[in-house]
Write a protein that binds this ligand. Structure first.
Ligand SMILES: [Zn+2]
Length: 255
């Protein structure tokens, strides 16, 4: 596709933006990175085009400078820094400042999604990734399951986010006081809950310290993903664990 692409602009951060014909009468808006050792290419959004006397012109979202396009195609290091900065803002926030505007809803509806990170986390209602990282619509590809356990459906979802949506960063986000980990340590759950606590018990072994057990559960998730993912371009894919602290709102990344 790149050979047939029209270069639109080279902006200050080194992105080369282009459009190229793909299929089904649609165009893909994409970019490549010159600053990387190995340039890579993503299709970051589908855009509509309109026919004019001057030929085809894209109409959305490429003519819209700023917000939407700047979020595309971050490297793992850039995505990690963005999460850290978002969490820093969250610590003093009273509401989630992420963009949920009608304009962005329309842009992501027409242009598709291109999140900058995959986050696998617990279903705990106090652990809300979009809030914790001050993220808006289309920014995070979130997979939530009690105890952030890593079974086939979760792994498949992570693969989708990395392979098809182009995320280069995957975060397994655990948290302190996790009820699922507590249940695995102290209770004898029955029913389908047991399928979750069995996974967690395997991860934490005989660990008696609650917080440490939560960390071990995250580390297990990271190691399962590293062993199991089938994703192209693995060299620049980063999988990292992190712990969210419910009371103070901070996230520690396990780098
Ligand atoms: Zn939890």
């Amino acid at each position: 596709m790149r050979d047939r692409a029209e270069i639109l602009k080279v902006d200050d951060c080194g992105w080369i933006c282009y459009i190229g014909y793909t299929h089904h009468n649609r165009w893909a808006f994409g970019f490549t990175v010159t600053a990387q050792q190995t340039p890579r290419k993503h299709i970051c959004a589908w855009v509509s085009v309109k026919h004019t006397n001057a030929g085809l012109r894209q109409v959305y979202p490429a003519e819209k400078e700023g917000t939407f396009l700047e979020k595309k195609g971050l490297t793992a290091a850039e995505a990690l820094e963005k999460l850290k900065q978002g969490n820093k803002r969250y610590l003093t926030a009273t509401a989630n400042p992420g963009d949920v505007s009608a304009e962005l809803r329309k842009a992501t509806c027409e242009g598709g999604q291109s999140p900058y990170a995959v986050v696998v986390t617990c279903s705990d209602s106090r652990v809300v990734p979009e809030s914790i990282f001050c993220a808006g619509l289309g920014e995070l590809f979130v997979i939530r399951v009690a105890g952030n356990v890593m079974a086939n459906h979760q792994i498949g979802s992570v693969e989708y986010g990395a392979e098809h949506l182009g995320c280069r960063l995957v975060v397994v986000l655990g948290h302190d006081n996790c009820g699922a980990v507590g249940a695995a340590m102290q209770d004898e759950p029955t029913g389908f809950i047991k399928t979750i606590t069995d996974e967690i018990r395997e991860a934490i072994g005989e660990e008696k310290d609650y917080y440490r057990a939560c960390c071990l559960n995250v580390e297990k998730g990271v190691s399962i993903l590293k062993e199991s993912l089938h994703v192209g371009g693995e060299d620049d894919l980063k999988i990292v664990g992190a712990m969210y602290h419910i009371a103070d709102g901070s996230v520690d990344f396990m780098e």
